[in-house]
Design a protein around this ligand. Structure first.
Ligand code: FES
Length: 236
């Protein structure tokens, strides 16, 4: 498999907004070599079936992102069968929240003073003079999109260890109150992920699957004997 070094985080939409930290290519981790992942980019994962309007070309929705830092909702528009545009809903005139794309006017409009933008956020009509902020969006499966959003990520330090119970990976990262966390693994970049059980001690039983953020750093251990795969810490 290809194991590119990417890091990303994500956050939530109507119901599903998970903040994913760095996916580690476990099989590539040199022993005893800590890897620090600073994730300035959050990854918002959107399940298309949660947004029926996106079943149609030019369908457009407002996706609310649950993050520790304030972020305007995202306007997500289907441009074609497999093409989407994601822009910030923050109007560049005076900061009102713009409306989703309307096929009738062929624009994203702002109700405050009448500015209009294309689905890709380009100014059509003022008073706004600047385009809306755009976010990269990619389709990772038939039903899932990922939108990259700067500034809502978090960092993870991953350290491989040889323990008396086998090879493990120690993960340390900051947590926030009000969020739930899981560790997830997927075999391919675009594959679906599954929950990974972890231990709260270096040699403990790997039987934990979720925990609530406390506002303090969290350290946990997972099995690292698997040959390859992308490991992520996910924040809900
Ligand atoms: S805030 Fe949007 S047009 Fe003024």
């Amino acid at each position: 498999m290809s194991c590119p070094r990417r890091s990303f985080i994500s956050s939530a939409g109507r119901a599903v907004l998970f903040a994913e930290i760095t996916p580690w290519c476990v099989g590539w981790l040199p022993s005893a070599d800590p890897k620090s992942a600073v994730s300035p980019v959050g990854l918002v994962r959107v399940t298309l079936t949660d947004y029926p309007a996106l079943a149609n070309v030019l369908g457009s929705v407002q996706v609310t992102v649950s993050a520790t830092s304030v972020i305007y909702p995202i306007i997500l528009t289907r441009l074609a069968t497999n093409s989407y545009a994601a822009v910030s809903s923050e109007c560049t005139h005076s900061g009102c929240v713009v409306n989703p794309f309307a096929p009738g006017t062929n624009s994203i409009s702002c109700s405050c003073h009448g500015s209009e933008f294309t689905a890709q956020g380009v100014v059509l009509t003022g008073p706004a003079e600047l385009n809306l902020t755009t976010y990269p969006v990619r389709q990772v499966s038939a039903t899932v999109l990922e939108i990259q959003v700067p500034g809502i990520g978090f960092a993870v330090v991953a350290t491989p260890l040889e323990t008396s119970t086998g090879r493990r990976l120690r993960l340390t990262f900051p947590t926030d109150v009000g969020f739930r966390y899981e560790v997830r693994m997927r075999n391919e970049v675009s594959g679906t992920s599954s929950v990974v059980s972890f231990s709260l001690t270096e040699t403990g039983v790997l039987n934990q699957t979720t925990f609530n953020g406390t506002g303090a750093d969290m350290t946990l251990w997972v099995d690292a004997s698997i040959p390859t795969g992308f490991l992520s810490v996910v924040r809900f």
